[in-house]
Design a protein around this ligand. Structure first.
Ligand SMILES: [Zn+2]
Length: 410
């Protein structure tokens, strides 16, 4: 078969979820144009349809362009802007003046600590805990609150509803994390409003990981991200709210923790949602060292499955499955994410990154697999079958009994 015919055949292969048919890898990092970018539509309406990582004519992805721009930024100027902002919000009447969402990972440790101790703010931390904390995750959470010394509001959702929604989001979207992500995202503005706080601080902007660069030109996040006008269009686990009520017998009260805030109420609240990463140069390694020193943060005692790192996303027993499903759907696993980030921060060369991806990407997260499945009432075999159904033909081919990626970074 000639090359042209082979290329023609590849073109003809079906691509699921609106993924670009032609797989292109960034020339600087190890990401490809298959990587999805989170969006409001993606989170709140149905489906997999989302934007994808943009790679320009020079073959460089938006996340790498961002990293380049970061080097041009006058960080002293940005810190001045931060001080001015905080001066407007700082309270001396004993009330909280900002909210930091997190579960005790290195980034939320760093954000809360620096706001309190370097800038004299009075943060309230808020946590939507993992469905199943790992031992190290729970330990880090306690250290954050105790060693770092913060007040914390933790919200634990109804376990039965959470398990059902998680199961649905795996069955319909092969996404073990959507339920958690929605709960976590929607909790912050609701708690903020209850406590009369006006400022929410996240660590990094997702543009760091390849959302469109335009999203990163301000520290302010659009409040619309937290609200939704038409509840009948909202989907959880790929199922619409009306259907969840009729077919699964869930009540609005059951669904409330996962639903976005009321847009009018949110508008009236005047809450500002900001990224600390806009003001302070943020690298995962430095956040890690900072969290170790000031909040008693500990890395994993063992290598994390699917990658080579020991300090990213450690707290949830379902983390590994989340990255594994991304590998199935987009051909990009956990090592691809970690290595791309470290290449951008110049901690790895691209060559080293490629070798790590080839060695670790797609390693099955065996350690907590059965426990996670049991917690949501799904048979392990069903999960594995679903994985096969969700493989897009333009990314995967079967050789004998094993699946092979058609395109690997090189
Ligand atoms: Zn890149």
């Amino acid at each position: 078969m000639s090359l042209a015919t082979a290329a023609g055949r590849e073109e003809a292969l079906e691509s699921k979820y609106g993924l670009p048919r032609q797989v292109v890898f960034c020339r600087r990092c190890v990401m490809s144009n298959q990587r999805p970018c989170s969006s409001i539509e993606f989170l709140h309406t149905n489906t997999h349809k989302h934007r994808h990582l943009h790679i320009d004519e020079a073959g460089v992805c938006d996340a790498c362009r961002m990293a380049g721009q970061k080097e041009q930024i006058d960080w002293n100027q940005r810190e001045q802007e931060l001080r001015q902002l905080l001066d407007q919000h700082r309270r001396s009447d004993g009330e909280y003046d900002c909210l930091v969402p997190g579960s005790g990972g290195k980034d939320s440790c760093y954000a809360a600590h620096i706001l309190k101790y370097r800038y004299g703010m009075h943060p309230l931390t808020v946590t939507w805990p993992p469905g199943l904390y790992t031992d190290i995750g729970l330990k880090n959470f306690h250290s954050w609150i105790t060693v770092g010394a913060f007040d914390n509001v933790t919200f634990r959702p109804n376990g039965r509803v959470h398990a059902l929604l998680t199961r649905l989001s795996i069955e319909n979207l092969l996404n073990p994390f959507q339920t958690f992500v929605l709960g976590q995202k929607n909790l912050a503005p609701k708690v903020t409003m209850r406590y009369g706080i006006k400022l929410i601080f996240y660590g990094e902007n997702e543009a760091e990981y390849g959302n469109p660069i335009a999203d990163n030109t301000s520290s302010l996040r659009d409040r619309a991200y937290y609200a939704f006008n038409d509840l009948s269009r909202v989907h959880l686990g790929g199922v619409s709210v009306p259907e969840l009520r009729e077919r699964y017998g869930l009540t609005l009260n059951d669904l409330l923790p996962y639903l976005p805030a009321d847009p009018l109420e949110l508008e009236r609240s005047g809450i500002e949602v900001r990224y600390l990463g806009y003001y302070l140069k943020w690298t995962p390694q430095e956040a890690y060292y900072y969290a170790v020193e000031h909040c008693g943060f500990e890395a994993n005692p063992f290598r994390t499955e699917g990658t080579y790192s020991k300090y990213n996303s450690l707290d949830d027993k379902a983390d590994g499955l989340h990255y594994y499903t991304a590998y199935i759907k987009f051909g990009l696993g956990r090592a691809s994410s970690d290595a791309s980030q470290e290449i951008r921060n110049k901690h790895l060369t691209r060559e080293e990154g490629v070798a790590l991806v080839r060695r670790f990407d797609g390693e099955f997260p065996e350690r907590y697999f059965r426990e996670v499945m049991e917690s949501i009432g799904m048979a392990p075999e069903q999960f594995l079958e679903l994985c096969d159904e969700f493989r897009s033909p333009h990314l995967w081919r079967k050789e004998g009994n094993t699946w092979q990626l058609r395109h690997q970074v090189s």
